[in-house]
Every structure is written in C-alpha cells, then in structure tokens.
Design a protein around this ligand. Structure first.
Ligand SMILES: NC(=O)c1ccc[n+]([C@@H]2O[C@H](COP(=O)([O-])OP(=O)(O)OC[C@H]3O[C@@H](n4cnc5c(N)ncnc54)[C@H](O)[C@@H]3O)[C@@H](O)[C@H]2O)c1
Length: 323
C-alpha cells in the first residue's frame, strides 16, 4: 500500500493526472514534475498536498531538491511516439537521458525509496509476429521504442547493481476520462470523440484493419497501484493490456454507436511514418497471475465512461451532444 511522499513525473499528462487523483488519498504529499510541453496545469487536481514544479525531468537541480523527500516515484514524463520521428534529439533527451537521470538521481538522493515504477510501452513490440505478445518479445524500429526500451534496460541495471526497487509496466493503448483532445498527440479514442463532438469525419490512417489492444485507464491505474504496493513486483516487467484485439474501424463504429451520432463519415488517409503496427494484442497473464491484476472494463464499458467524461467536461463549454 502506498503511503508517504510521492513523485509523479509527467503528472500534467493523461495517465499521470489520473494517477494523482487515485493516490492523493493514500499519500502524504505528491510532487509533480512536468514541463507542460503537452500536459496541462489544470489537469492536476488542486490540493494542499500537491506541489507542482514546472520543469523538465532533465533539470538536475530540481531532482536533487525533490528526490530526498520521496519514497515512491512514478515516472510517466515522456516525449511521445509521434514527436519522436519529428525530433529524435528531443526524444533521446527526454525519454532516454531523462529516464536515466531520474534513475541515477533516485539512486543518489532517495534514502528511503520504496518503489520506482516506470511507465514503459508496448511500442517496443513494433509490428510483432507473436500474439498475444509476451514480455520476452521485442522489435524496435521507432525512436520512441528505442528510448523507452533503453530506460527499461537501465531499470534492470539499477535494480541488479544497486538493488533500486524498480517495476516496469508496459502499457497498451490506454484510453478514458482525462485523455484531453487538446493534446495534439493524444490517442485515437480521444481523437474520435473530439471528431464526433466537432461534427468532423473520423480520420483513420491506413485501411482501418490494423488492430490495437485498448486498455481502460481505471484498469491501468490498478496496475500502477499493484506495481507500487506489492513486494513481488520488484525487478519485474509486466504487460498491461486486455489481450483483446480491436480494429480501428471497429473502434470508430463503436464510438459512433455509443454517441448515437451516425452522420459523421469515416475518412481514410495514408499511413504516417509511425503507423507501422498491423496487429497489437498483448499477453498480460504474468501480471494477472503474480499481482492478481484484472481487466474490469470491456471496451464498450470503457468507451461509455469516456463519453460521459467528454460530455461532462463540455458542459462548461455549453456543448450538447444532442444538438
Ligand atoms: N497513453 C498511452 O496509451 C500509453 C501507452 C503506452 C505507454 N504510455 C506511457 O505512459 C506515460 C504517460 O503517457 P500519457 O499518455 O499520459 O502521455 P501524456 O503526453 O499525456 O503525458 C506526458 C507528460 O509528460 C510531460 N513531459 C514531456 N516531456 C517532459 C520533460 N522533459 N520533463 C517533464 N515533463 C515532461 C508532458 O508535458 C505531459 O504532461 C508515458 O511515459 C508513455 O510512454 C502511455
């Protein structure tokens, strides 16, 4: 069980901000480091128990001042997949050097670290040929996959060399409340909801037959809590996904069904440089067996909750889905 002081990097982003909400009642104080490059200050709940530091995780001074105070680190700050092909230097600096620096600083300054949870990604499986893809597979092609996977290796180095209590979670297509479409790099689910709201066509890159393993945020957050709270997770790498395969076309149809909006067309565009994955479904038996993690939401249930959040958020903007 998490208690004491916590650091969340990337806490102004989608998963980080939802994680903060989840752990706020459990922790004494939460420090958030985020440079707001894609995150939003308003996504972080306001509380006396939260200190927000608008800085990069590559700022050594900031790490030196915050890390001696924390017992749990959730490392989520990242430069995303789309940006990685536009700016390899930026990807390397934030994702690889930033992750390395955080591990090194945790080793140097955290005198009572209980857990370092690293949010890694199933992007390291690339265009896989084994399904559902297990943890021992990898196929690196994009810079984002290379930098994120490299930090996994450094997690192992710090665990094996210095016994730093690390746990790696490889997340697969997380969606749900809090995934802001104002972030231009947000995932496809938020993009589709935003398109429906704006009465715009739903854009699909490629023929729509590519599959993804869409995982609801609530289920993903449960994995973070288990990773941080269970002794068995130290030094381990876990897939976090449903094992369920959904084509992007099916996703679009389901979102149209749930929102009750039928008129918006689906528009197909050529694949982008990052669209290399034909199939994605991952094997999460390890986390299910070892940490008793469960998938509690079907895709439909998750999308319905996401729709509610979208509607609620837009009440302030006088938006009506029925108009
Ligand atoms: N969302 C998904 O489907 C998914 C899937 C696999 C892995 N992940 C991993 O989960 C983590 C969180 O993803 P997310 O979807 O919440 O992303 P996000 O883009 O919403 O959040 C990332 C946050 O990191 C911040 N950031 C970027 N560079 C920074 C820097 N140099 N210093 C400090 N902060 C910085 C951004 O401002 C943003 O708030 C990432 O590490 C990502 O690789 C996410």
């Amino acid at each position: 069980m998490i208690s004491g002081n916590v650091l969340v990097t990337g806490g102004a982003g989608f998963i980080g901000s939802q994680l903060i909400r989840k752990i706020l009642p459990l922790s004494s104080h939460i420090y958030v480091i985020d440079d707001l490059s894609t995150g939003q200050r308003e996504a972080i709940p306001s509380s006396q128990k939260i200190t927000f530091i608008e800085e990069s995780i590559t700022n050594k001074k900031v790490l030196r001042s915050i890390l001696p105070r924390v017992e749990y680190i959730f490392h989520l700050a990242c430069s995303n997949l789309l940006k990685s092909v536009e700016d390899l230097d930026g990807d390397f600096k934030t994702n690889l050097y930033g992750g390395y620096l955080l591990l090194q600083s945790a080793h140097t300054y955290c005198w009572d670290l209980k857990r370092f949870v690293y949010a890694s990604t199933c992007s390291i499986y690339g265009n896989a040929s084994v399904f559902p893809t297990p943890e021992n597979y990898y196929k690196i092609r994009l810079p984002y996959a290379a930098s994120k996977f490299s930090v996994e290796h450094y997690c192992h180095v710090y665990y094996r060399l210095y016994q730093l209590p690390v746990t790696v979670l490889r997340l697969s297509n997380i969606f749900g409340p809090g995934q802001s479409p104002t972030n231009p790099y947000c995932g496809v689910v938020a993009k589709f909801f935003e398109a429906v709201k704006g009465k715009e066509p739903l854009i699909i890159y490629g023929n729509g037959q590519q599959t993804r393993d869409f995982t609801f945020i609530e289920d993903a957050l449960q994995a973070f809590l288990l990773a941080a709270g269970r002794e068995e997770s130290i030094g381990q790498v876990y897939n976090v996904g449903t094992g369920r395969e959904t084509t992007v076309s099916e996703l679009a149809k389901e979102i149209k069904r749930i929102t009750g909006v039928t008129e918006e067309a689906i528009r197909y565009k050529p694949k982008r440089l990052v669209d290399i994955v034909e199939r994605r479904t991952i094997d999460a038996k390890k986390i299910q067996k070892e940490l008793q993690w469960k998938v509690n939401h079907s895709l439909s249930e998750g999308l319905k909750k996401t729709f509610q959040w979208f509607k609620g958020e837009r009440i302030n903007e006088s938006f009506s889905w029925d108009s």
